[in-house]
Design a protein. Structure first.
Length: 567
RNA sequence: CGGGGCGUGGCUCAGCCUGGCUAGAGCGCCUGGUUCGGGACCAGGAGGUCGGUGGUUCGAAUCCACUCGCCCCGACCA
């Protein structure tokens, strides 16, 4: 391609609306333009790059035996009503009515469509297992689109769906996806972590997320540098740091003491002279319309996801001040578990074995000392605390780190969540009707590109790996007015094309500085500069990533590029 | 949905508080010339309903009300 003929609208300045690096660079490098919040046009460079990512995805999916299909983005409400997700998805589903007033939506994912299709066609165990995948645009009415391509309302996803006769089959295809995804992300040049994840609205038993570390992310991952354990913070477990002070020994009885105005754990620690680890934090929540008291160590945070699970209501909420006063006879800040009746108590496991701690007295401006779980009150024990950096790994004892991540893929063992209610049945070898077990496996294509840019960029622009860069090499004559340079550059460019290299010739009538800056910005991995040294028959081969330059004979340049590409 | 910020040529922004004559700068763009190894220089030029609507006023980019859009934080989140 000749740069002079292409539309690559690079920007010298950072557009005001872009905050995160990948967003800024995608705009500056002329890859994308925004149409509306969370809706983007992919210009030529983005399209080339995304197509390369899609090709990698297709090759690897095909290699694992999956079959590519295409599903309608436009769905009638009925299929979503059948699975129950018409209601569950709430405002995140783009909904509208067609001209006859029928409820419709834009699919945000395709479990429903896939299941409806399968139930009409799959009849026998002989047809299983099946893995179908699609690479399509999906829609989600995000309450807050942000960060360029990281959180958008219209996006390209690879989704695959598996049907198996039994759990063992599902386990196998799940594992196959896991390995295939690793290959895909490796080829895209992504450093990623696969983590244990929470299934959320998808349902199902097991799930993994593929995460890329980035400050632009919205998920937190706990990771062990020692043994490789990693999990979404929503699910992560750890051994908490030891209490900062030893508990008073002995079988002491709770004893009230005045704590005027001391409400927060920090204030109480300062007031009593006992560290936060000696306090019991009492949280009142409302789950399914009923109150519950949750206790964690003073310095610990409640994990809302874990709490939602044990309360059996992911939609639980903190109690309002008036509710707290009604149930406990005191305000938040003086609450505790002793003598509480008619409200179930859940205690975090970090409180087990502790003695004579401080807790609220359920009386304003008063607390109790010498409160012991199991003696002075009873509670159901669960892991409800959120892991923090520095906690010890439960497997190897090393200190866990907590990192911010972008989720680029998520795989789920769905189980029978869709096949059962939607009536997907096949006959087994005994002629009995059975329900196939399903899995679903998604990859965000745009997030791969954004993730790579987040990971690999510098002040001058993107640093893309050859596998997904829009071009592999750009040939740059330093001075267009110099016919010898121009001719040589053209010859090198054409020979590169002949060798199957994705080459770009920067034939623009621009000063060399402009061409170099633009080449750096759009992230082309290699550059061949045809300049003054041509007099000695030499051109320069520059690697974008390392900025190292090497002189090579101009006739050797195309081969040298090919070698650097590892081909 | 709650909180905050911003809408002025293609991009980045000034002007607004304290209303006043043809609305500015830099970058980009066009023409000509000189240049040519890290976003050149000179000369000339094109390009703006000041987001929209309504109001106040002799007069509104500027003040007021409403509204639309975008960004950020939170809520939310395959």
């Amino acid at each position: 391609m000749l740069w002079s003929k292409l539309f690559i609208p690079t920007l010298r300045e950072v557009p005001a609306e872009a905050e995160v690096a990948s967003h800024q660079l995608l705009l500056r490098a002329g890859y994308i333009r925004q149409l509306s919040a969370g809706i983007y046009t992919f210009l030529y460079l983005a399209q080339r790059s995304l197509k390369k990512i899609q090709t990698i995805v297709r090759q690897e999916m095909d290699a694992m035996g999956a079959q590519e299909i295409s599903c309608p983005a436009l769905n009638p409400a009925e299929v979503w009503q059948e699975s129950g997700r018409w209601d569950v998805m709430g405002d995140n589903l783009f909904r509208f009515k067609d001209r006859f007033g029928r409820d419709m939506c834009l699919a945000m994912t395709h479990e429903e469509v896939i299941t409806v299709t399968a139930r009409g066609e799959l009849r026998s165990y002989k047809q299983l297992p099946q893995v179908w995948y699609q690479l399509q645009t999906k829609f989600r009415d995000e309450p807050r689109p942000k960060s360029g391509l990281l959180r958008v309302r219209e996006f390209m996803m690879k989704d695959s769906y598996s049907f198996d006769m039994d759990q063992a089959g599902l386990d196998a295809v799940y594992d196959k996806h896991y390995k295939t995804y690793c290959r895909i992300f490796d080829r895209c040049g992504l450093e990623y972590t696969a983590v244990d994840a929470h299934s959320g609205a998808m349902g199902g038993s097991q799930s993994h997320e593929f995460m890329v570390a980035s400050d632009a992310g919205e998920d937190f991952v706990a990771r062990c540098p020692g043994c490789g354990y990693s999990a979404n913070l929503e699910k992560a477990i750890s051994i908490p740091a030891a209490p900062a002070a030893d508990d008073p020994a002995g079988d002491l009885t709770p004893e009230e003491f005045p704590t005027p105005g001391q409400k927060t754990i920090a204030e109480l620690a300062a007031f009593t002279g006992l560290p936060e680890t000696s306090q019991m934090k009492s949280l009142v929540v409302v789950a399914d319309g009923k109150p519950a008291l949750i206790l964690v160590r003073g310095d610990h945070q409640l994990s809302e996801t874990k709490a939602g699970a044990i309360l059996n209501d992911p939609e639980f909420r903190p109690a309002r001040p008036d509710e707290i006063r009604q149930w406990f006879g005191a305000d938040a800040g003086s609450l505790g578990p002793v003598a509480v009746k008619d409200v179930p108590i859940f205690a975090d496991r970090a409180l087990v074995g502790r003695r004579n701690m401080i807790a609220g007295a359920n009386k304003n401006d008063a607390h109790l000392r010498h409160v012991t779980l199991g003696e002075d009150f009873q509670a159901e024990l669960h892991d409800v605390r959120q892991v923090v950096a520095g906690d010890a790994c439960t497997r190897c004892g090393a200190k866990l780190e907590v990192i911010k991540c972008v989720e680029i893929a998520h795989i789920f063992k769905l189980g029978y969540k869709y096949s059962e209610p939607m009536g997907l049945r096949v006959l087994n070898a005994e002629g009995k009707e059975v329900t196939p077990i399903m899995g679903s496996y998604g990859i965000g294509i745009g997030r791969i590109l954004s993730g790579v840019i987040e990971l690999h960029h510098d002040k001058d622009g993107m640093i893309l790996p050859p596998s997904i860069a829009p071009f592999e090499v750009v040939v740059t004559p330093a001075n267009n007015a110099d016919a010898a340079q121009m001719d040589t550059a053209r010859a090198i460019y054409e020979e590169c094309l002949g060798l199957g290299i994705d080459a770009l010739l920067d034939d623009r009538d621009e000063r060399p500085g402009v061409k170099f800056k633009d080449a750096d910005l759009i992230g082309v991995p290699f550059r061949v500069v045809v300049g003054k040294k041509l007099a000695q028959g030499l051109v320069e081969l520059v690697e974008r990533k390392t900025r190292t330059a090497a002189d090579v004979a101009s006739a050797e340049a195309p081969r040298a590029v090919l070698a650097r590409l590892g081909r």
